[in-house]
Design a binder for this molecule. Structure first.
Ligand SMILES: *Cc1c(COP(=O)(O)O)cnc(C)c1O
Length: 496
């Protein structure tokens, strides 16, 4: 298997190389040269395997790695999850199911990929002299999951920037208390797009790159544009389908709908990739919060990034530029990279682009986009709790709200899978408020109150934060990110 750039479909590189590079030299994203096909009977038997075994099978279709290595990697990667099911599927009613992706060490779906990515990178780095410097901007969950994944991985150092005002109390505490000898964490003044733009600028900054190279490093990103993030996310869609088939909820071959709370378009794209590999999916429902650039895109075929940015109760979806959309555009244009280059040039020059009507109508058959603002999200959390006794976090509730609107409008009663991307305890104050109308200024108090009411105990991943020491206090402006990173690697040199 080779990967090609969305902006140059001619030149391929190996998936492991792509994982190290992160982004193609031409600015494009790496995509599989072709999708491996997974036959239905192979999907069927996944439910009989452990999640780690299923993951090794799927990753082996992309990565040319030794089977023993793959099995060992996925086993250790998913051993730290707090349930043996790893990705449990939970029934709400006969057509509505929830895929819980928040049982990893950082309580968000990002763990599925970020427990794998550092292990792939470590393998790719074997025998190399240079060290890898991972630079990442985070809207909350990526940063912590990347820190946990990369902490103390030999040959790597990691630097994470999060928007000062753009993450929840628990998310901030998870990052500022991060341990590990090779980690650096800093807040950036501004919102997520400021932090992400700052990181992109560093990757493009020749002088900065030279300094980093001179210090013995090469740069990579753990952001969701990395192919090593995408591939592990394909697994759980196949696995969940296999479980639904094994339970008799669907017959093998029946199509399902999948509703994904979406930000950078990575998670929903992985579902689309699963579909390209043969998973029977009818509609992919793209759920946004008030930052509804994707809703407008699926409504009109126009991507319009020049718009107001809102801070919401689902901060990991507070995004205006969904980077992984470039990969969907590539497929939608029948892998014509010249089209992608044009659209991306329009996006960077004018802040918008419009796709051809024939391409748009194809996308409309496969996708549906809608959004929920915060007050609708709070109502959904309450009503889901009252109807099903199930507690959703703010991101998952956005998906549920959008799904319910879709089902009502379309009359589509296809079995639906809601993708639950974070534990409600990561956003305990908002969830408690939604269910009880009570506000609690103390985040841990809110978590305990929520546990008392719902009977679902506070995860240990939250409890340990209570007494953890804050180790990272730096706050910088966007302009100072380069010097902050250079200070970090200089300090590493001194301690080695
Ligand atoms: C990252 C994240 C999302 C958005 O996922 P994308 O792959 O960026 O679309 C949604 N919910 C939670 C909790 C997240 O951490």
């Amino acid at each position: 298997m080779r990967l090609v750039s969305t902006r140059d479909a001619a030149n391929g590189i190996s998936p492991l190389q792509a994982v190290i590079k992160g982004i193609a030299s031409d600015g494009g994203l790496f995509v599989p040269q072709m999708f491996p096909k997974i036959p239905l009977n192979q999907i069927k038997v996944m439910a009989e395997k452990t999640y780690a075994e299923a993951a090794a099978d799927v990753l082996g279709m992309f990565f040319d790695l030794d089977d023993d290595f793959l099995r060992d990697m996925t086993r250790t990667a998913y051993a730290g999850f707090d349930t043996p099911d790893v990705a449990p599927v939970v029934k709400l009613n006969p057509v509505e199911y929830v895929l819980e992706l928040f049982h990893g060490p950082t309580l968000a779906f990002k763990d599925f990929a970020l427990q794998i990515l550092p292990r792939l990178i470590s393998e790719a780095l074997k025998g190399k002299e240079e060290k890898l410097l991972v630079l990442t901007a985070t809207s909350g969950d990526t940063g912590k999951a990347a820190l946990e994944g990369f902490k103390d991985v030999p040959g790597t150092d990691i630097s994470v920037f999060y928007p000062e005002e753009g993450v929840s109390y628990m998310q901030k505490l998870q990052m500022s208390t991060q341990t590990g000898k090779n980690v650096h964490v800093s807040a950036v003044r501004g919102n997520f797009d400021d932090a992400q733009t700052g990181i992109k600028r560093l990757f493009a900054d020749k002088e900065f790159n030279k300094k980093v190279n001179d210090a013995g490093y090469f740069l990579s990103s753990a952001n969701s544009i990395n192919f090593g993030r995408l591939a592990p996310q394909i697994v759980y869609y196949l696995y969940a389908y296999s479980c639904l088939a094994a339970w008799g909820v669907i017959s093998l071959g029946d199509r399902i709908n999948i509703t994904v709370p979406t930000g950078n378009f990575g998670n929903i794209l992985a579902a689309y990739y699963a579909k390209q590999m043969g998973l029977p999916i009818k509609r992919l429902i793209c759920a946004s919060n008030k930052n509804n650039v994707l809703t407008d895109f699926f409504d009109s075929g126009r991507y319009m990034a020049n718009r107001e940015f809102f801070k919401t109760a689902s901060p990991s979806m507070d995004i205006v530029i969904s980077s992984n959309m470039e990969r969907l555009l590539f497929e939608a244009h029948n892998r014509d990279s010249t089209e992608v280059v044009d659209l991306m040039a329009n996006l960077s020059n004018m802040g918008s682009y419009e796709i051809d009507s024939s391409v748009y109508s194809k996308l409309q058959e496969e996708f549906y986009g809608d959004f929920c603002d915060d007050s609708a999200t709070y109502k959904i959390i309450k009503s889901v709790y009252e109807r099903f006794g199930y507690v959703m976090d703010t991101h998952t509730a956005v998906a549920q709200g959008v799904y319910e609107k879709y089902a009502q409008r379309s009359g589509d009663d296809t079995v639906n899978l809601i993708v639950a991307t974070a534990s409600p305890y990561k956003f305990a104050q908002e969830v408690l408020y939604s269910i009880t109308g009570k506000t609690d200024d103390a985040p841990f108090g809110a978590a305990e109150e929520l546990a008392r009411i719902t009977g679902i105990s506070v995860p240990n991943q939250i409890n340990i934060l209570k007494n953890a020491r804050v180790l990272h206090k730096s706050i910088v402006s966007k302009e100072d990110m380069a010097s902050e990173v250079l200070r970090f690697i200089a300090s590493k040199k001194l301690t080695e």
